[in-house]
Design a protein around this ligand. Structure first.
Ligand code: ADP
Ligand code: ZN
Ligand code: ZN
Length: 816
């Protein structure tokens, strides 16, 4: 009987690959185990076993697997099914999902490097010729690639030899093939068994009068052991106030026994017990409503104003689910994963809290992976987007906090998934409840509550009956006219800042400057030219002297005067946080200021450092970009100033208005989170702009209704789905031609599916590659599966065209 194994390779391949295995292997292998397999020209990869079968017809030559890596599956039941869903929905390969999911330490690629294992002295008499040759080569060259080994031995099948050498501990493999993972250990100390007898212990202590330090160490250990916990050597040292040498000498005399044990990096020491906060009436009611809603809807939106105490509600739900022995997943945008929130959750859930995010190293990530896989106890896993890809078993609840955040969408590389949307699917597969939370829900999510797909629970009061901050508009057009501006600061803003500083209160200044190409703006009236076909601002293309639409390709010459007021004082530059900081210090030379933007938060703890400075009131004023809006909870901020609210209205993006509302509402929410009512000043050229009016009135529902109307009109989500196909190549014409070829092919899609482009995006050249976009809009009457199937087919033909071989083609489903 022949046996074959289908595997997932961590590559952008359309399908699974099959390898030959023997009968014993066929019986041993379970789906979700890793196997090492050859692929391509003598390349070696870690693959994931999918299924074993007995017959096969494929067009390629079937190779043998090299060997099986795991004794047990490293994936949960059903996890491959979830990978398959992501791959099919987001139009990528399952291998790409695999690569995004597994911590790198579980993945091996062929470029694997082997090294001599310094801790083993080889028994030369027992070495095979091959082994001898390899070790000899390693003595000279320190490290070898698998390819080098093939050359040295002049044979192809070297992996069994290497595997044998690994088993004998002769070599180690750098990085992937075997775990580079090293468990963290801790030394524990206890009294030798014979001294458990109290009489013997007393005799011992009596005999130690001339060694007072040693005596003290033993006495202290005796006291510390009262609770019968294990005692760390380190803790004993510090509690008894003795040196390591004292403990060591007691160990040498066999009075104390020292053992080394693996400890988890991720599991925190349990702190002293803490009571949960008591919920106020509004929270109580919301909690009840959420629980009830889960009876009929699997997904619930908690729409609660800033500082309404949503976190306390999550905590209650998580607590209930953990008590049922199920796991919880708590997703947050990366930047909101602050120590503020984490310590708040650890306070409640202690060692049951696991944290998973990109600033953690490989060992830490692998450790979380294993803990979740084994799930010896229920955990709440807190993490950014990728935490959704962990091997969940019995998952009871998923919380997606700040669900409106666009950073939940992965941009590059594939899989280009939206963590909120994928979490909803994961919830369905796992039969887990999903709670989305936000003070400013995304249009998509809110829409889903209006069509009864999600349930809706509202929380309209701030915790402690603190009033929502008062939002006032400042008309800077008029201030300019009356010469009441100092740099970018109006006299009103300066006045209020002075008051705040006098009262020992802090100020937040918000200036959003993101990496978009400049848009054109009139210095006199603030007007920014719009596309006639789409609901977006036109982007300035300086080199062509054009204004262009990002979405439909409309373009026009850069006008000499403002289309609204005929002023010739037109500007394409914005101003950034750095400039504001400089101006601030000119106006307030005695105040301390900190800046929070991409430039000041590069280092590992730099973000936390700034937060600490604000919390400890080492700074009076915090200036920042949208980073400021992510769930920060400061106690002493009484004033928030927005220097130019218009800048955000004019992004070349159909979501610009929605985002502006969200950003301003969130940044306003940083003010006055305790007793005193906070104040927010919005400087704007268009204080009458409907979005700014809606922000200052906290009128989410009018914003929602108007924006939905526009989205419907201009055929954007949630009424239509968008798929963006991006082409990248060094050559301008080639890239454009590739896009054109694709559009022509796509135009054969059934009538009604709109194909826009090819169009150069605002930033058309990135790292020497030209970018060309094609946008597909899918209406409700079309099946997205059919359209995706068709796009996939076009992509396959595209990839087989010689002329376009060097053009990269990315597909982004539900693009942002
Ligand atoms: P949101 O996430 O809705 O913006 P938070 O959960 O951050 O609001 O709560 C705002 C503040 O109110 C926090 O400082 C929190 O500790 C406090 N708070 C909320 N609910 C309670 C409660 N039930 N008891 C005590 N303090 C609470
Ligand atoms: Zn104008
Ligand atoms: Zn347009």
């Amino acid at each position: 009987m022949d046996y074959f194994l289908d595997v997932i390779l961590p590559l952008p391949l359309e399908r699974y690959f099959s390898y030959r295995i023997n009968e014993a292997e066929a019986q041993f292998i379970q789906p979700g185990m890793r196997v090492a397999v050859p692929f391509g020209k003598s390349k070696l990869y870690t693959a994931i076993a999918v299924s074993v079968r007995e017959n096969i017809t494929v067009a390629y030559e079937i190779k043998d697997i090299e060997f099986i890596i795991d004794e047990e599956p490293i994936l949960q039941d059903g996890q491959i099914k979830f990978w398959e869903w992501i791959a099919s929905y987001y139009m990528c390969s399952v291998g790409q999902v695999m690569k995004a999911s597994l911590p790198k330490s579980l993945l091996l690629e062929s470029e694997t490097v082997i090294q001599i294992n310094d801790s083993t002295i080889p028994d030369e008499a027992n070495l095979s010729d091959h082994e001898f040759l390899i070790l000899e080569a390693l003595e000279n060259r320190k490290a070898l690639k698998v390819d080098d080994v093939m050359a040295i031995l002049d044979r192809k099948t070297v992996l069994p030899i290497l595997k044998e050498m690994l088993n004998k501990d002769l070599i180690v493999i750098q990085e992937e093939l075997y775990n580079t993972y090293k468990p963290k250990t801790e030394k524990y100390i206890q009294l030798a068994t014979e001294y458990k007898d109290e009489e013997l212990l007393r005799d011992l202590l009596d005999s130690m009068t001339r060694a007072p330090m040693q005596r003290q160490a033993i006495m202290t250990l005796f006291m510390m052991r009262a609770g019968n916990k294990l005692v760390k050597s380190k803790d004993l040292e510090s509690r008894a106030d003795v040196s390591r040498a004292v403990i060591k000498s007691l160990v040498d005399k066999s009075i104390l026994l020292e053992t080394e044990q693996e400890v988890s990096r991720m599991l925190m020491d349990a702190q002293e017990g803490n009571e949960l906060h008591e919920l106020n009436e509004g929270q109580q009611k919301a909690l009840l409503e959420i629980r009830e809603s889960f009876a009929t809807h699997k997904v619930c939106l908690l729409h609660g104003v800033t500082s309404s105490g949503k976190t306390e509600i999550y905590v209650r739900l998580i607590q209930e689910v953990l008590a049922q022995g199920k796991q919880c997943l708590y997703l947050l945008p990366e930047i909101a994963l602050t120590t503020q929130l984490i310590s708040r959750l650890q306070y409640f859930f202690k060692h049951q809290v696991l944290i998973y995010h990109s600033k953690y190293n490989l060992n830490e990530r692998q450790e979380v992976w294993s803990l979740v896989l084994e799930s010896k106890e229920p955990y709440v896993i807190i993490g950014a987007r990728s935490a959704m890809l962990l091997p969940y078993g019995d998952l009871g609840l998923i919380v997606v906090d700040e669900e409106h955040e666009t950073s939940f969408k992965q941009f590059d590389p594939a899989p280009r998934y939206h963590a909120r949307d994928a979490a909803i699917v994961l919830g369905k597969m796992k039969n887990a409840e999903v709670l989305l939370g936000s003070a400013t829900p995304s249009l998509e999510t809110y829409y889903n509550t209006t069509v009864n797909k999600f349930s809706l629970v509202e929380l309209k009061q701030r915790y402690g009956d603190v009033k929502m901050p008062e939002i006032n508009m400042i008309d800077i057009k008029e201030k300019h006219r009356k010469k009441r501006m100092t740099h970018h600061f109006s006299d009103t803003l300066i006045e209020h800042m002075k008051d705040a500083f006098t009262n020992q209160e802090q100020v937040i200044l918000f200036q959003n400057r993101r990496g978009f190409a400049p848009i054109m703006e009139c210095n006199t009236c603030g007007y920014a030219p719009q596309c006639p076909n789409c609901d977006v601002s036109l982007t300035v293309h300086q080199h062509k002297q054009q204004l262009r639409c990002h979405y439909c390709g409309y373009h026009t010459l850069i006008p000499i005067e403002c289309m609204a007021c005929s002023s010739t004082d037109l500007d394409t530059k914005g101003f950034g946080t750095e400039q504001i900081e400089k101006e601030f210090l000119e106006i307030f030379p005695d105040q301390k200021v900190a800046r929070m933007d991409l430039d000041t938060t590069r280092g590992k703890y730099s973000y936390e450092k700034i937060i600490d400075q604000v919390e400890s009131r080492a700074v009076d004023c915090l200036i920042g970009t949208q980073m400021l809006t992510k769930g920060l909870d400061f106690r002493h901020v009484s004033l928030v100033g927005v220097l130019n609210a218009d800048a955000m209205l004019n992004f070349p993006d159909f979501r610009a208005h929605e985002r502006c509302f969200q950003l301003l509402t969130q940044v306003a929410g940083r003010a006055g989170r305790t007793e005193k009512r906070g104040k927010v000043l919005l400087q704007s050229y268009n204080p009458d702009h409907m979005i700014l009016q809606q922000v200052s009135a906290y009128d989410y529902s009018t914003m929602f209704n108007q924006q939905s109307e526009d989205r419907y009109q201009f055929k954007y989500p949630p009424y239509q789905r968008l798929i963006r196909i991006t082409f990248k190549q060094r050559d301008y014409n080639q890239t454009l031609q590739a896009g054109q070829w694709f559009v022509n092919a796509l135009n054969q899609i059934e009538h009604g599916v709109e194909v826009l482009g090819p169009e150069f995006p605002a930033v058309s050249r990135v790292r020497n590659l030209y970018n060309v976009h094609v946008l597909v809009k899918i209406g409700k009457k079309h099946s997205p599966e059919t359209v995706k199937g068709f796009i996939g087919k076009v992509r396959r033909s595209f990839e087989s065209i010689k002329q376009f071989r060097s053009v990269r083609c990315n597909v982004d489903v539900d693009c942002y």
